[in-house]
Design a protein. Structure first.
Length: 227
């Protein structure tokens, strides 16, 4: 009897939003050439991005900062609130650490210049799909100060984490177990663990014990319950 072949993994769906048709087409071609990625749609204005996300349910969004309409950082914040688990890679016309920090604080997972080669942009898309941040290495030290600040404050933490991550972070601080968190939020334990790993990356915490300690201190000081 012939052995059944392995099921091929579904490629990650990427929505591309840019004001220039040539950029959209060129990037879509590169995405489609990758075995693990597929371009599921394109948008040329801020309003089109919102509707495309609702209709297409992409796994990742590549987003220009200069889309016509209410684009830029406000659009990033709006998408983050409506779709907290959708990773966004910002395409910028220039490479600027202050702008990168602002994009990350607004809710983007990555920031990259349009001048970078297509292979690097594809690598950045794959990177944010794993839940990790992507920025140009050249200004990493300066970016860390701008993004994280000298010390993580309550405002920093609320700015860094999505609403769902804040819910989980607060429950961790109250001693709620992974199983209980999953039950309360009606999600799987694996999803809770995935959120926890993303929180560790964002808060620069390298082990679970330190994360629990940080969450406990955060709750004890002045954390308020999430609705």
């Amino acid at each position: 009897m012939a052995r059944a072949g392995k099921t091929k993994a579904r490629p990650s769906r990427v929505l591309i939003a840019d004001e220039f048709p040539l950029v959209r087409e060129a990037l879509a071609d590169k995405v489609n050439a990758a075995e693990d990625l597929i371009s599921c749609g394109r948008a040329d204005a801020a309003a089109g991005v919102i509707s495309a996300i609702e209709e297409l349910r992409p796994d990742a969004l590549v987003l220009s900062l200069h889309l016509p309409g209410a684009g830029g950082f406000e659009l990033i914040r709006k998408i983050r609130l409506a779709h907290p688990d959708l990773p966004m890679l910002v395409l910028a016309t220039r490479s600027d650490s202050a702008q990168a920090a602002q994009a990350l604080r607004a809710g983007a997972k990555g920031y990259i210049s349009k001048r970078r080669d297509a292979e690097t942009i594809i690598e950045a898309i794959r990177h944010i799909l794993t839940g990790k941040l992507w920025v140009n290495k050249d200004f990493m030290p300066n970016l860390l100060d701008r993004y994280f600040g000298k010390k993580l404050t309550h405002a920093n933490i609320r700015d860094l984490l999505t609403r769902r991550q804040l819910q989980i972070f607060e429950m961790i601080g109250k001693g709620v177990t992974t199983r209980e968190i999953a039950a309360r939020l009606f999600i799987s334990q694996r999803t809770v663990e995935s959120h926890r790993d993303h929180i560790k990356v964002k808060l620069k915490v390298d082990d679970v014990f330190k994360l629990h300690q940080m969450a406990f201190e955060w709750v004890q000081e002045d954390a308020s319950p999430q609705p």
